[in-house]
Design a protein around this ligand. Sequence first.
Ligand code: GAL
Length: 434
Amino acid sequence: MLDRRTLLATGAALMAAPAIAARKSANPNFPKGFYWGAATAPHQVEGNNIASDLWFVENQQPTVFSQPSGDACNSFALWETDLDLVKAMGLNAYRFGIEWARIEPEKGLFSQAMLDHYKAVIDGCHARGLAPIVTFSHFTAPRWFSAQGGWTNPESAQLFARYCDKAMRALGQGIASAITLNEPNILLLLKPMLPPQVWDIQKLTLETAAKRLGVPKYVCANVAGFDDLPALQTGLEAAHKAGKAAIKAVRGDLPVGFSLALMDDQAVGAHSVRDAMRKQLYGNWLEIAKGDDFIGVQNYERALWGDKGRLPAPKGSAVNWSGTEVWAPSLGGAVRFAHEATGVPILVSEHGVGSDDDAVRAKFIPEALAGLKAAIDDGVPVLGYCHWSLLDNFEWIFGYKPKFGLHSVDPVTFARTPKPSAAVYGAIARRNAL
Ligand code: GAL
């Protein structure tokens, strides 16, 4: 759902990128026990997530989705292959999600077979020396849930907590870190960036889905109407709290947090709107994170904020698949801010670049990690780094066009092929040093 990476690409630049201070660290190593991971999300890789809310809207006419997810990477069948790829890279962690729509395909009907499936994935991680970092909801929810208003339904937090409880009882012992919700602020972030037509198409998509199901309101975590946003935020906030409580009730020692879509927001000029914008983009989430064990930082870009709004990227910047600036130091900036604002440890739960040119990624990863290391050297507690993504996958409304993977995937045979950037990243992880 990342039009922020598409829509801000144009325009002439007025300013030069701030220089990155070159620092030499005394200790070249990342902290002991640092998680080096790759990330995926169930709907984006598993395929045939037919009981989910997004599957339904992807297949409506009209729809905001450029294509349906279909088989995705067929990771529901090929999860062992995926874990082998993570291990072969030399990583020690895998961030993936369990799919609520599979575990509870109808309200109150829990599938033991699907819990067993995810138990096998978690055991498979341990067998390969990978710490399972598990997301409980990565945008998707069951179709029945969104057909009852999704996160705008006052009952939603309790429904989410019940699912978290069931999942924890079956899977909790093997989990290394739990992420309740992925980017619950995504629509806050996109709010000032998406043009009205995109909000209109989203609304129309959901109205069509509601009509077909004969329900008054169909709302998803990353596809909603503009007017749904306040109720959506209230629901997601309550859901994080209730989900976390349910997880902690089963395993009090398990680190729990959520992940935040976070830009490296930079103030330009004396009257920059940066701080006001941060309030809008991150809502109450930085405050909420203060009570958590960590905050998941998901950074893909920086934003330059002048006195009237967002400024275009400097002319001549490296760009991603959609023409948006690629600026490696944004990761360090986002991580520093997240810690300053919350006081809790940071887990970089996503970071990456969508590009058909893997040389961009191979250059970007070490540069961004140098900025992350500088933040660690300055005292920011960082638990680990998960690169988005292990595989080229289904990128929400943009379908299969954007390529974020460390591996490409053949859409017919599902064969995975490592890209050169996988070796670059793997070598850093193996050394635990740049
Ligand atoms: C994030 C999202 C991921 C992935 C990534 C790259 O916002 O959590 O699922 O799509 O962006 O676009």
